[in-house]
Design a protein around this ligand. Structure first.
Ligand code: SF4
Ligand code: FES
Length: 275
C-alpha cells in the first residue's frame, strides 16, 4: 500500500477554475482512479463532483484527464501510473460544468448531426412481414470495429484539431458517420455528405491520430476519418459507391434495382479425420 496524492483541478459553477487541490489517498491492490475519487468524496470532501455509472468501461461517462492523458477513470488502475502524484482534470475541449464533470452537449449535438442510424429509402417498410436486413460476415466486417464506441468523448479531448476549432465535428461523430456509411443496409451517404464535407468536417482532420491512441475501447477513429475522405473523393469523381443491400427473408435475397444481399449460410462442421 502506498500513499498517493490526487491533485484535482476544481471548477465551481459561476466561479470557473478555482485551482488545484491535493488529496491524500492510500492505494490498495486493483484500485482505480474512480475508486480513489469515491474515497475522497466519502472521507475528505463531499462536494467533489465527477460523472460515472457502470464502473466497467461500458457507459462512457467517466472520461477525464489523468496525468495529462485522456482516459476512463474506471479502467485506469493507479498501479499502472508512475509516481505517487496523480493529476486529474476534466476532459479537454469541452466546457466544464463542475470539477471533473465536462459539459458534453456539443459531443451529442455533433453526433446527432451526422444521422448516426440506418437511413433507408424504404422507410414505409415496417418489417411486419418478418424479413431481415441480412448481412454477410464480410459486410459486417466493414464497420464492426467502429461499433465498439461508447461515446465517452476521450478521443475528442485528445484531438488537437478540435482544440483549435471547437466547431470541428471531431473523431467520435465522424467515426459514427463512417460506421453507418459503411453499413451495407444504409443509404444515408448523401444525407450525411454535406455535413461531413463542410468547413468543419472530415477534411479539417490533420491525421494526428491522437484519437486512436487515446481510445479506451480500441476503436480507430483516425482510420474511420481517412476512409470517410476516401469515400467522399470517390463520390466527387463519380465513382459509384456500394449500394445498400435490400432486406431478405432468410431464404432468398429480395432484389431491388438488381442489388443482392449475399445469403448467409452456416458452414458445415469439418469432418473428423480420425473417423
Ligand atoms: S471512439 Fe473511443 S474514445 Fe472516442 S468516443 Fe468512442 S469509445 Fe470514446
Ligand atoms: S463508469 Fe462507465 S465507463 Fe467508466
Amino acid at each position: 500500500m502506498a500513499q498517493l496524492t490526487f491533485r484535482i483541478r476544481r471548477f465551481q459553477p459561476g466561479r470557473g477554475d478555482t485551482g488545484w487541490q491535493d488529496f491524500s489517498v492510500e492505494s490498495s491492490p486493483g484500485m482505480t482512479i474512480l475508486d480513489g475519487l469515491h474515497h475522497i468524496r466519502e472521507h475528505q470532501d463531499g462536494s467533489l463532483a465527477w460523472r460515472h455509472s457502470c464502473r466497467m468501461g461500458v457507459c462512457g461517462s467517466c472520461g477525464l484527464i489523468v496525468n495529462g492523458e485522456p482516459r476512463l477513470a474506471c479502467n485506469t488502475q493507479v498501479e499502472s501510473l508512475t509516481g505517487s502524484r496523480i493529476s486529474l482534470e476534466p476532459l479537454w475541449n469541452f466546457p466544464v460544468a463542475k470539477d471533473l464533470v465536462p459539459d458534453l452537449s456539443s459531443l451529442f449535438e455533433k453526433h446527432s448531426a451526422v444521422a448516426p442510424y440506418l437511413v433507408r429509402d424504404d422507410s414505409e417498410d415496417d418489417g411486419s412481414d418478418g424479413r431481415e436486413l441480412a448481412q454477410s460476415p464480410a459486410e459486417l466486417d466493414q464497420f464492426l470495429q467502429f461499433t465498439s464506441c461508447i461515446k465517452c468523448g476521450v478521443c475528442m479531448a485528445a484531438c488537437p484539431t478540435l482544440a483549435s476549432d471547437p466547431d470541428f465535428l471531431g473523431p467520435m461523430p465522424l467515426t459514427a458517420a463512417y460506421r453507418y456509411n459503411a453499413d451495407s443496409r444504409d443509404s444515408g451517404f448523401d444525407a450525411r455528405k454535406t455535413k461531413l464535407a463542410g468547413r468543419h468536417g472530415m477534411s479539417h482532420c490533420h491525421y494526428a491520430a491522437e484519437c486512436s491512441r487515446a481510445c479506451p475501447k480500441g476503436v480507430d477513429p483516425a482510420r474511420a476519418i481517412q476512409l470517410l475522405k476516401r469515400d467522399l473523393v470517390l463520390d466527387l469523381l463519380g465513382v459509384r459507391r456500394r449500394e445498400p443491400a435490400p432486406p431478405v427473408d432468410g431464404r432468398a435475397p429480395r432484389t431491388r434495382d438488381g442489388l443482392q444481399a449475399p445469403p448467409f449460410t452456416v458452414p458445415s462442421p469439418p469432418e473428423n479425420p480420425d473417423e
